[in-house]
Design a protein around this ligand. Sequence first.
Ligand code: WT7
Length: 645
Amino acid sequence: MTEVKTYPVDPELSARAHITPERYKTLYRQSIDEPESFWAEQAEQFLDWFKPWDKVMDYDYSKGYIRWFEGGELNVSYNCLDRHLATRGDQTAIIWESDDPAQDKKVSYRELHREVCKFANVLKSQGVKKGDRVCIYLPMIVEAAVATLACARIGAVHSIVFGGFSADSLRDRIQDADCHTVICADEGLRGGKKIPLKTSVDQAISHCPNVKTVIVIKNTGNDIPWTPKRDIWYHEAMKTASDNCPPETLSAEDPLFILYTSGSTGKPKGLLHTTGGYLLFAAMTHKYVFDYHDGDIYWCTADIGWVTGHSYIIYGPLCNGATTLMFEGIPTYPEPDRFWRIVDKHQVNIFYTAPTAIRALMAQGNDFVNRTDRSSLRILGTVGEPINPEAWEWYYHIVGNERCPIMDTWWQTETGGILITPLPGAIALKPGSATLPFFGVKPEILDNAGNVLEGEAEGVLVLSRPWPGQARSIYGDHNRFIDTYFKNFPGYYFAGDGARRDRDGYYWITGRVDDVINVSGHRMGTAEVESALVLHEDVAEAAVVGYPHPIKGQGIYAYVTLNSGVHASEALKQELVDLVRKEIGAIAHPDIIQWAPGLPKTRSGKIMRRILRKVASNEIDSLGDTSTLADPSVVDEIIDHRANK
Ligand code: WT7
């Protein structure tokens, strides 16, 4: 194997960092050897509790049973807002940067607290109570944070749906969580383009009879459809709302939110996160992974519709009293220097983004970066997929001017927060490796039979200990939670990723080992895309796989078998792409559709995806064993007509 470059810890940075190499070793050992005392100390240090817990941790993975800080009582919005007022009421909590580079605004902790209290009262006046599910379908505007924290304040469970999902996806999520209230904007704005959010909500809830209230934020101000009584304007309701709203007392294990993510089978699952452990883990990882210090300007470019936005735009930073930047737009609008212009304009110190964005900007050339200053930057981060060393080096040398360490953070919707990651002052970097486990996290590499592999090894990645930010269930389907994460390898949490551990104990994530693909850092179930394709009356069968894509990481490659007699045309391909957009959203649209008169199947009728993946990646020399195929000639046909030659 070729030697990989190592970037040592910068001693100057280490000298003022929260976690030094020695401290990492000591604390990590303590977190594994004495987890109860370790986590109790952290919970006291990071959070304000109304009532202390009785028991730090209890779990039984065979039942999917995970509890942290049971008996403890607290409120998340109190921890993110109220407790900061005395010391940092006038400090900026949120810097909002509009899609339009000429517009931005700053919201102080005091102002945010006031808005959240008022909106919490609006929700209450609409009958929303503790435990009720509230759907949030918003663009990246300050009101998204207000709505989220207002739910937390009264103990309502938010279910944020990414604004890029279609009306049909929104409908499924509203129905699954049985939300009675939806919060949306008239329209979103991204890269100068309008996104008709309210129209999608109307379409979605024409199939959701339980939705009684739609609260609409006026964002672009354009005309939208309106249903009197059901629809209310946010700004009108806020006018008369009181700003006095004491935080509800919640148990540590009361639900905080549901967030949907794709799996290898079936419909997206609503991961359920709870209150105390989640908040602690978000706050603690935010502070240590980004070496956050008071006064830092922190920017995570994710959308609040993904878990990264939940934990590292809203909950972690605000719990730590940070200034968090929220960006409404996209990296390439009006020009591909937008990120760096924002960094300069707001003097951002910590910048956290996704490999797909880095690759997209790298492709635009260095001039867009070099014409900006970026000297405020101190720490860089990435998340969402493995970062290829070439993109890592570009990020390090060109964006960070070789001054800023890169935190390659591995985690998932299910994990609530970062699990495998460098720490700026403590862990030497290797481009492409997420490096070492965070405190309390114990990864193992298993072979397919479930044997633990020691030392240098490659296999499936599992975690042998619970951590506070771990999801507690799949909403409405606890058995699916057990089956998905705890059945394959009893005694462990199975992440769905493969990984390699090198001789220094560093982890290298090799990608999903299931039928999930990672498109621009977004998880997409191949089964979901297939279900959408077969809805078309001309389609007999479809099989979807990922293939390497220079910008997106993985692209979506669909093999489609048409019904006999149907004419295969470019127009039909477009219809299928549009159908997937409508069913799921633009992020799921197939990049390539190949007509396949037949699909390679075993004699028992199972599609052999392994072969389809190889053909899509143009790795036809290593197809492997095809002798178990029912009809081997199908493969030749598919190879002859492959798109990526
Ligand atoms: C999947 C989780 C965690 C927030 C964003 C995505 C992949 C994530 C990395 C990384 C290699 C990564 C994994 C994981 N992934 N971060 N640093 N290196 N792979 O959350 O949508 O729940 O997806 O993203 O495959 O399982 P998600």
